[in-house]
Design a protein around this ligand. Structure first.
Ligand code: GLC
Ligand code: CA
Length: 557
């Protein structure tokens, strides 16, 4: 079967642009590089390490939020959309970072968090000081409670982080009063996107950053902005950022049709700027056809492909998700995207070391079944080479180029993700993938910063993953990534076409341009055709030149 990657819109025009085939590297600012030794990564730290990203060969960076914030959810609780938190630096540091990145040919995408503000945002403070029914409250979702004294929440929605999605406020007169909706932490009140003032404000925030030169926005919780008007009860448990899955009814808080009008307005703003500025949807929406609606020609440019991230490590599951993803985006003329790790999920070097078919863990801690680290890294490397050979755009998460595992034995006292407390200590949450990354094996905090300080503890075993232990070391994970990115670029894999050759129970083989890609998921080694010229592989071939278990090979001929 042939699956053509879309290089054509439904109208037949070719879709072009850097983003259609870009490799985009996610920087989690708190954990990338700390310039001043306070244990928290910052913008000058990022700027000082940009050469690493240029050397690695990525096309763009996406920065998780660095805006002023009480950090109730690591910066995804924004108190001011037009500034930089002093923890991370100031606006001049942002300008410098953007300029230095551009000077190295790297584009810069920033995070936009439109579903909710921080409870420290001036709008929310004003809402608390104003009476029920006021214009100040109409910027958020305030409702009277149920029950005779309004002591029950307005509906039964649960927060993604656990516990009720409503918090009752104390009215200015000191009496218990209305409730406000927060799909995430109590410190993250949901905005009311039916209010034109909110729409106008965010158009202006887009312009603020576009004027400073950013190349695009990653849009946080893009499927959540509009709620079903009646705020109807939803008996189902709230899974972390789970959208509408398969044939279940669509939840009243996710993927409502009204969100698309918002993104059409935003697209018009971006299209008014020179250069190719892009919108990327973080929308946990299934199935792929439903997700594809976010990337119709007049909406966003890309959407994260979480169905791919969640797919099991088996040949049939990978075949199915790749095929479905390409078909769904082809139908709307958008490029497909691929992603294996980010700051919300267990790193793939650990996730793939859990038994195949394990449901997605929301963190792993002491006392939980531990992943097999050797197996996990072997599979992660094979998965990465498979991913980087696919047509479309790929996202990398900082540290995966080092083969970094999840920190799975972090002391629970060190945890900072609100998920851990809000779930009543049943969900470990996301700290394990957010640990500051190692640069130099023998330096304090492995070179993360000038001191030993690190906002989350770094495992004692991380020296071996440090960049300086891997640079120029043949076969290291870092060099594997670097070679893959170089070959991907040289052979135009990002704008190529995928043609399946073989999709059996244990082996997948496809062509992309002159390259053939083979992944062996099975137990027996798979011989290569005679005369095959191996260009790259995720692990050495067997003694007689065959492809071993959990290995991906790129070859010609
Ligand atoms: C997104 C972010 C996640 C954050 C949530 C609430 O899913 O990726 O880190 O907690 O939105 O803003
Ligand atoms: Ca710092």
């Amino acid at each position: 079967m042939n699956t053509n990657q879309s290089q054509q819109s439904p109208s037949g025009d070719p879709i072009t642009g850097w983003w259609t085939e870009a490799v985009i590297y996610q920087i989690y600012p708190r954990s990338f590089a700390d310039s001043n030794g306070d244990g928290i990564g910052d913008l000058p730290g990022i700027t000082s390490r940009l050469d690493h990203l240029a050397e690695l060969g990525v096309d763009a960076v996406w920065l998780s939020p660095f805006y002023p914030s009480p950090q109730a959810d690591a910066g995804y609780d924004v108190a001011d959309y037009r500034d930089v938190d002093p923890l991370f630096g100031g606006l001049p540091d942002a300008d410098k970072l953007i300029g230095e990145a551009h000077a190295r040919g790297l584009r810069v995408i920033v995070d936009l968090v439109p579903n909710h503000t921080s409870s420290a945002h001036r709008w929310f403070t004003a809402a608390l000081a104003a009476p029920a029914g006021s214009p100040e409250r109409a910027r958020y979702i305030f409702r009277d409670g149920r029950g005779p004294d309004g002591e029950q929440p307005p509906n039964d929605w649960q927060s993604v982080f656990g516990g009720p999605a409503w918090t009752r406020v104390v009215e200015p007169d000191g009496r218990p009063g209305q409730w406000y909706l927060h799909l995430f932490d109590t410190g993250q009140p949901d905005l009311n996107w039916d209010n034109p003032e909110i729409r106008a404000e965010f158009l202006d925030v887009l312009r603020f950053w576009l004027d400073r030169g950013v190349d695009g926005f990653r849009v946080d919780v893009a499927h959540g902005l509009i709620k079903q008007a009646d705020l109807a009860d939803w008996q189902e448990p709230q899974e972390i950022l789970s959208g509408n899955e398969g044939d279940r009814p669509r939840p009243p808080m996710w993927d409502q049709d009204g969100v698309h009008e918002i993104y059409r307005d935003w697209r018009r703003v971006l299209d008014g700027y020179p250069g190719e500025r892009v919108l990327v949807a973080e929308a946990w929406v299934e199935p792929a056809e439903r997700l594809a609606r976010y990337v119709r020609p007049d909406e966003m440019h890309q959407a994260f492909n979480f169905e791919y991230l969640l797919a099991s490590w088996t040949a049939p599951a990978q075949y199915a998700v790749i095929t479905r993803s390409l078909e769904a985006t082809d139908a709307v003329g958008a490029p497909t995207t691929w992603v294996l790790s980010n700051h919300d999920v267990v790193r793939h070097a650990s996730r793939l070391g859990l038994p195949v078919g394990t449901p997605r863990p929301n963190g792993i801690g002491i006392g939980d079944p531990q992943p097999d680290g050797v197996l996990g890294l072997r599979r992660a490397r094979a998965a990465t080479l498979l991913m980087l050979a696919l047509p479309g755009s790929a996202y990398l998460y900082q540290g995966e180029e080092l083969g970094l595992p999840e920190h799975t034995t972090m002391p629970d006292e060190a945890r900072q993700d609100p998920t851990w407390a809000r779930s009543g200590h049943t969900q470990r949450g996301r700290d394990g993938c957010r640990v500051p990354i190692p640069w130099e094996a023998d330096a304090p905090s492995y070179g993360f910063g000038p001191t030993d300080a690190s906002w989350l503890p770094q495992p004692a075993t991380w020296a071996e993953y440090a960049l300086d232990r891997q640079r120029d070391v043949p076969g290291s994970t870092y060099e594997m990534y670097r070679t893959a990115l170089r070959l991907r670029h040289e052979h135009g894999l990002g704008h190529g076409t995928l043609r399946w050759r073989e999709s059996g129970d244990t082996v997948l083989t496809f062509d992309n341009g002159v390259l053939t890609v083979l992944t062996n998921f099975g137990e027996s080694p798979v011989p290569l055709p005679s005369g095959a010229q191996v260009l790259h592989s995720s692990a050495p071939l067997t003694g007689d030149g065959a492809v071993g278990t959990d290995v991906t090979v790129w070859y010609r001929g």
